[in-house]
Design a protein around this ligand. Structure first.
Ligand code: SF4
Length: 428
């Protein structure tokens, strides 16, 4: 089977990857919103890792359709987030993973049926994306009970059938433990949450990788909020792996991070960043991986200057930020035009500062990491959602005992100047 532009649209993940949400729903990948469903037309009951095997879901209709479209050289709409990312010049998950599995494309072309069906044993799972429930010690402003158990204090969980302990005694979990063991094919794990470092099952998985003797062939990517103390014992376990990449979900310098990632304490975050950066094992690396939202987009240049000034050895500026899309009112596209202009000016000043004061490679990295943020911000005008944003801020400030105006005064002043009537909705 061939597609004229297969190489241009190929992504390895529909062939070698399994992804699970915090509630056990299975996905084609974390960027495809529709869960894998059992009905022939993609409708019906969801596959759930609490009850279904990973093998049973390999040919779910969503996955088959994505593969079939790619084989035809078409861009499947389910993968729009990758196409949108590539359109603004940022590196997509598709592009990153295509580089990691160069041999897979030809096998996919030869062994996949025209309707996208594959044989499970011919495409062993090499990459798992795992969200081990919603256990988390923080309630970040843009989060929800789906990802954070602490959020349940502020809002009831609408997902009443959620299975946030899907990994307990489940066939999926047993298959996973086999896959990372001696005879398994796994090369890559992405572990987020919730807060993965709080999960006992996560450490069981790590121990299984080590016990099976394959840790040195496996790379792990984490997203962690950096509030869990990194101990010598954790670092010792990580030292056995091919690579540990710690994506530090740090959204701004000091007060900015504390406001967004409530109730994180900056001194704890900074201590853990220092521990990670000073770790002696070369296989353990990472970056600051902020989620770019209305709250921090103005303050990212300040964080980058701090980051560069700290002269971190491992935690340099690398692409890896996430541009928030949901909740929609918190998207940076919602900000009023004058605020966007002020933000753009700050980034241009940051890029000029980097060019003048830093090595060319550092200046380029800063530019290439954050220039797509400006493009994204300006790609759409969604100011109609500003009242929703302001009301949400008032609600969250009241529940969390935080104060948007005091914590982010520069942003508040810009919004108030641009939209005085709407901004007043943020008053709690
Ligand atoms: S193209 Fe993007 S959205 Fe689609 S499966 Fe690959 S990584 Fe996921």
């Amino acid at each position: 089977m061939s597609g004229s532009n297969f190489a241009d649209v190929f992504c390895p993940l529909p062939w070698n990857h399994a992804s699970v949400r915090t509630n056990g729903q299975m996905l084609a990948c974390c960027l495809v919103y529709e869960p894998l469903q059992k009905g022939k037309d993609g409708s019906g009951q969801d596959y759930n890792a609490g009850t279904d095997t990973v093998a049973s879901a390999r040919n779910a209709p969503v996955l088959r359709d994505i593969r079939a479209a790619m084989l035809r050289g078409e861009k499947p709409t389910a993968c729009n987030r990758c196409w949108d990312t590539e359109r603004v010049g940022a590196l997509s998950a598709r592009q990153i993973n295509a580089e990691k599995y160069p041999g897979l494309m030809e096998r996919a072309r030869q062994l996949t049926r025209a309707d996208g069906t594959i044989v499970h044993s011919e495409f062993p799972l090499q990459y798992y994306d795992l969200r081990l429930g919603n256990l988390c010690n923080l309630a970040c402003k843009m989060c929800s009970p789906h990802f954070s158990s602490t959020w349940a204090r502020y809002a009831p969980d609408p997902d009443t059938r959620a299975n946030y302990t899907w990994y307990v005694d489940s066939p999926y979990w047993r298959e996973l433990l086999d896959s990372v063991g001696a005879s398994g094919a796994v090369k890559q794990l992405m572990i987020t949450g919730g807060e993965p470092l709080m999960s006992k099952h996560h450490w069981e998985l790590i121990d299984q990788c080590v016990a099976g003797g394959r840790a040195s062939e496996i790379s792990i990517y984490y997203n962690t909020n950096m509030t869990v103390t990194l101990t010598d014992q954790m670092i010792e376990k990580w030292s056995k792996f091919q690579q540990i990449w710690v994506g530090c979900s740090v959204d701004g310098y000091a007060h900015v991070n504390e406001y967004i990632r409530h109730p994180a304490q900056w001194r704890v975050v900074e201590r853990n960043l220092d521990r990670l950066d000073s770790c002696e094992h070369p296989n353990i690396v990472g970056n600051l991986s902020p989620t770019i939202s209305v709250f921090n987009v103005l303050y990212i240049p300040e964080m980058v200057r701090w980051q560069v000034g700290r002269k971190f050895k491992k935690l340099g500026v690398h692409p890896g930020n996430w541009i928030l899309e949901y909740p929609e009112p918190m998207s940076i596209q919602v900000l009023p035009k004058p605020v966007k202009l002020a933000i753009a000016k700050k980034y241009e000043e940051l890029f000029a500062w980097a060019r003048e004061t830093q090595e060319a490679s550092v200046a380029k990295s800063i530019h290439d990491t954050y220039e797509p943020v400006l493009k994204w911000m300006n790609a759409a005008e969604r100011q109609s959602l500003l009242p929703d944003l302001m009301k949400t801020i008032a609600d969250l400030d009241r529940k969390q005992q935080t104060d948007f105006r005091k914590s982010l005064p520069e942003l508040w002043a810009l919004i108030e100047a641009a939209e005085p009537a709407t901004s007043a909705l943020a008053l709690r």
